[in-house]
Design a protein around this ligand. Sequence first.
Ligand SMILES: C[S@@+](CC[C@H](N)C(=O)[O-])C[C@H]1O[C@@H](n2cnc3c(N)ncnc32)[C@H](O)[C@@H]1O
Length: 388
Amino acid sequence: MSSELPAWLRQRLLAAGGSVPFVTYMGWVLHDPQHGAYGSGRLQIGPRGDFVTAPSLGADFAALVALQLVAWLEALPPSSPERLSLVETGPGEGQLALDLAEWIAAERPELAQRLELVLVEPNPGMAERQRLQLQTCPLPTRWSSFADLAAAPVTGVVLAHEVLDALAVERIVADGALWRRQRVTLHGDSLRLEPGEPLEPSQLAQLVPLGLAEPGPQRPSGWCSEWHPGLEPWLRDCGGALRCGQLLVIDYAQEAWRYYAPQRSNGTLLAYRAQQASADPLQEPGAWDLTAHLCLESLQLAAADSGWRPLGQCRQGQALLALGLAERLHRLQQQPELGLEQLLQRREALLRLVDPAALGDFRWLAFARGLEADNALPPLFAREPQNT
Ligand SMILES: C[S@@+](CC[C@H](N)C(=O)[O-])C[C@H]1O[C@@H](n2cnc3c(N)ncnc32)[C@H](O)[C@@H]1O
């Protein structure tokens, strides 16, 4: 079903024979440089935009994440080059990058002297807004791609906050004993989701470790979910850009048993626009964000296959408490310079970050490469909460 089918999409579908795999459709409507929701820069992140992310709730999030990033950067081996890099992929509005840079410049000036900020953003419309946002950034800043960085890989830390959930997904549909690939098909002036060809053996092989060798009796015909064919290439490209250091992935993610639970019969895919969520990925193509949760095991397997060593993982609530969120909340009351409105707003933002029914359920996953086990500092966030 679909209203408002844009002419560009109609033409593209006709050129493809009237039907494409869902993964192709999702790539177009999000990342087409002219028409895609991110590619064109149409999507706005923040309380007045299309959806909220943790960095858009205020700078406290960056201040807590910075403690982890700085601990890793400062513990890199003495043989590291003079110049270190903090790489943020998928920086959205650029708010997190700016808040991190400002915190590091103010709190760790010596590190800031040898640190550059590198933004990896494939969507030109988003990169344009990031350039405006980061005009006052106190760290030397450049935009690059993993492919360009691979020519001279950096040493440092890569941060991927809510970026992997924007990768295009394949949707799989149960059909008796078969898995079929979902397709987006043109019918007159509207779009439909339809089961397409059976999965190829190489695709099926990726579902086996997730407990999905076949749909089985619990997943009746029409049961549908997602998987991320783009994860491994992304992790491989990211790894090629980093000579040595850590990767911190922060995203919606669930274990395979929850992700592919039989009762979740329509997957995790959601569309967002103007703070509204919808389960219909076909409405107003190119105007809505489309996002799917990550499957933890898929991410961990793809990371291992692309040369990343796991360092630890936990929920965001636990990570932020370990990094001092409760103490930060407590200290807010002792800052008389904050007006009541600001105090209440920051308190609410901090509480939202650890709400177990929402942002607190996000996962933090840390990986390393190019570091001997002795040099790969375990994540601070995977330790028990501190009392300081
Ligand atoms: C959901 S937004 C998150 C923005 C920001 N990290 C935040 O949390 O506010 C996703 C961002 O990732 C970018 N993006 C999408 N695909 C990407 C890719 N393959 N590599 C890097 N960035 C990507 C989008 O353009 C956008 O900036």
